[in-house]
Write a protein that binds this ligand. Structure first.
Ligand code: SF4
Length: 355
């Protein structure tokens, strides 16, 4: 049974130009009634080790709504409760209120510290907002703060972003290579001077080197933290464990079934407790997901654990693939097989050979 839950808050003040997520610009307060019905119908009362408010923009919710949602769950001792926030919403009393409701991790969408590019991509904040938001979050007592950084934006000096972000002395950094996806403004009107794939790969290597020499370690392909501040919620995904997904367009994995909720507010409001898509994961799919997700982690795939979970001989079953890519792209450690940095850059090709 799941010990993690994700709550989707699909509202934003405006739409960022690179964004293809399900989010709506006008907040509809009735949504929260349906969300509460969804939780009441599907949550089985497990003690949660992680609870994650994502979006959209959770920081558009008032504290009373956050309180109503949090009160629906049994939170285990030291449950990690993450709240995604835009830097321009980081007001001291609001942050203190979140803290008093049990939120103990803040994740902010800073994206870059180049103000011209923030404007170009349609963000509502500037670099000063992010810097003061981090200070305010610390003042409110948060000791676990994560910032998002997008690389591959036009004209961004990634070294400059990295210097500013590390000077903020936060615990966690998530990096994303810009991808122009269908459904985003940039898909129709792409910006000029976008770095190509090779340049993005070089930036990824630069980020790795910079962060690893400045006190962070890469515990997952795109995520860096100080030791002990890994996102436990996201590790739950990468460990191929189950989780609830509540809210429009949220995904969940419960009792061996992966599901996704209705995406539009109209469809979700008609059936908040139901699912749009449900799929019983087969043994083979589960094994492949375990491998794909496991290789995302710096630790890699633990041979004893995968053998026990699936009653297989991992090294025997995948002997030819492992031999083909080890040691250049896959590295064997005392417990595990993991991708090298070169392997990460070619991960799609490598992982396809495990199917
Ligand atoms: S990127 Fe985040 S803040 Fe921007 S529109 Fe998408 S969900 Fe909203």
């Amino acid at each position: 049974m799941p010990n993690s839950a994700y709550i989707h808050i699909p509202f934003c003040k405006s739409k960022c130009k690179y964004c293809s997520f399900v989010s709506f610009v006008r907040q509809d307060e009735t949504y929260f009634d349906y969300l509460l019905q969804d939780i009441e119908s599907n949550y089985q009362g497990e003690w949660l080790k992680t609870l994650y408010f994502g979006g959209g923009t959770p920081s558009l919710m008032d504290l009373n709504t956050v309180k109503k949602i949090v009160s629906k769950f049994n939170l285990a001792n030291e449950c990690e409760v993450t709240f995604e926030m835009n830097p321009d919403d980081a007001e001291l009393n609001y942050l203190k209120g979140l803290k008093s409701l049990g939120v103990n991790r803040i994740s902010m969408g800073s994206q870059t510290f180049n103000d011209d590019i923030l404007k170009l991509i349609g963000r509502g904040h500037n670099s000063f907002d992010t810097i003061s938001a981090v200070k305010t979050a610390k003042q409110a007592g948060f000791e676990n703060i994560s910032l998002d950084l997008i690389y591959g934006l036009p004209e961004v000096n990634i070294k400059n972003d990295l210097e500013i972000i590390t000077n903020l002395d936060i615990q966690h950094i998530s990096t994303y290579g810009l991808k122009i996806e269908e459904g985003s403004h940039f898909y129709i009107y792409p910006p000029e001077n976008l770095p190509d794939e090779d340049m993005q790969a070089d930036m990824y290597l630069e980020i790795n080197e910079y962060l690893e020499t400045n006190g962070y370690y890469r515990y997952e392909v795109s995520n860096f933290s100080r030791k002990g501040y890994e996102s436990r919620h996201n590790l739950n995904y990468w460990n191929n464990e189950e989780y609830y997904g509540f809210g429009a367009a949220a995904h969940g994995y419960v009792n061996g079934v992966r599901y996704s909720n209705f995406e539009t507010l109209a469809d979700y409001s008609r059936n908040p407790a139901g699912f749009n898509i449900e799929h019983k994961v087969t043994w083979q799919e589960n094994l492949e997901e375990e491998i794909f997700l496991g290789f995302r982690k710096e630790e890699g795939i633990n041979v004893d654990k995968i053998n026990e979970k699936f009653s297989i001989d991992f090294e025997g079953k995948y002997k030819s693939v492992l031999e083909k890519f080890t040691p250049g792209y896959i590295k064997k450690t005392p417990c595990c097989y993991k991708l090298t940095l070169e392997g990460v850059l070619l991960s799609n090709n490598i992982l396809s050979e495990f199917i």
